[in-house]
Design a binder for this molecule. Structure first.
Ligand SMILES: NC(=O)c1ccc[n+]([C@@H]2O[C@H](COP(=O)([O-])OP(=O)(O)OC[C@H]3O[C@@H](n4cnc5c(N)ncnc54)[C@H](OP(=O)(O)O)[C@@H]3O)[C@@H](O)[C@H]2O)c1
Length: 290
């Protein structure tokens, strides 16, 4: 049995589907089992719980020999440390942690340091552990949806830094491989897409796919911090995210790597391919107006 933490999210959904397709028994950890049941296929067990309540993780680990784990938000490192403790207590054999290229030494901002701390906790858990340090996800551009609809503009901070954005489906496929085959214990894999793109370049690809012009606007850091605060993020946490975003070291997610192909046997998906199948998430088709 493999427990998937983050099972209802962008990456976790693909991990659940990939494990089920590989014939593995899957248990999905979620804060809302009723909502998750609708989105996850039949045959997926559900474990309702919350990373903030480690006893719910302990209950979900019953009979589990592999764990996929991700966490997010200001308490991510604390949550992962608690999961690692339960992994140690329950003697789970294998753990795959979704991490970030921001955890590369020296870690970028408090966001990168939190991921590095999570990795360390699993390294000490006694389990065979693997870290997947992903570059920025292609799906991050969905955050531009509202301003595309309202103003035909996209706003981004530190948008001129080229990022080898990765398809979350490739991250999920890499996780499935590491969870279901041997030889990945103690390994740290950096996952990227096949080309490095700046935000203006991504915006131009989206404009071409939508068939209408979009204006790119570089948003100052202060504006991004304000928007994050308005969205409810604590200022210190938002600053940590922006510090990681500001990092322009091309070795940290700015250079395409062959890791996805090495792990999955398939070339990493391109931004254009991702875009073609997710265009509705950026600009949903409008029905007839009466
Ligand atoms: N976006 C990027 O560019 C990027 C790049 C590299 C790494 N990452 C890392 O990827 C991870 C995010 O992955 P994602 O985008 O797939 O996530 P996501 O789509 O935002 O989904 C979040 C998932 O986490 C679960 N979750 C949230 N809080 C929880 C809690 N307190 N207890 C239990 N479950 C909880 C949610 O489950 P329920 O709602 O069902 O409870 C949901 O399944 C983060 O660690 C991030 O740092 C992101």
């Amino acid at each position: 049995m493999i427990l998937v933490i983050g099972a209802t999210g962008t990456v976790g959904r693909g991990v659940v589907a990939g494990l089920a397709a590989a014939g593995r028994r899957v248990r999905a950890f979620t804060r809302d089992a009723a909502a998750a049941a609708a989105g996850l296929g039949p045959g997926v067990e559900l474990a309702e719980g919350d990373l903030a309540r480690p006893q719910t993780v302990r209950a979900a680990l019953d009979g589990v020999d592999g764990v996929f784990v991700l966490s997010l938000g200001p308490d991510a490192a604390e949550h992962e440390s608690a999961v690692a403790e339960e992994v140690r207590r329950c003697r789970v054999r294998r753990v795959v942690k979704l991490s970030s290229v921001a955890a590369d030494e020296p870690a970028a901002g408090s966001y990168g340091r939190a991921h590095a701390a999570g990795e360390l906790a699993f390294a000490r858990s006694g389990a065979e552990w693997t870290a997947l340090r992903a570059a920025a996800f292609m799906s991050n551009v969905v955050q531009w949806r509202a301003s595309i609809a309202a103003e035909s503009r996209v706003y981004q901070t530190y948008g001129d830094i080229p990022r080898a954005v990765v398809d979350p489906a490739d991250v999920a496929a890499a996780a499935v491989e590491c969870l279901t085959s041997d030889g990945h214990g103690g390994r740290i894999y950096r996952l990227t897409g096949p080309e490095a793109l700046t935000a203006p370049q991504q915006a131009a690809r989206i404009a071409a796919a939508l068939g209408r012009p979009l204006e790119y606007v570089e948003a100052p850091r202060e504006a991004a911090a304000e928007a994050m605060a308005a969205g409810g993020l604590p200022p210190a946490f938002a600053a940590g995210l922006l510090d990681a975003l500001a990092d322009s070291d091309p070795r940290r997610g700015g250079t395409p790597l062959p890791t996805v192909r090495h792990l999955t046997g398939c070339p990493a998906g391109t931004f254009d391919t991702w875009l073609a199948s997710h265009l509705d998430e950026l600009a949903p088709q409008r029905g007839p107006v009466d």
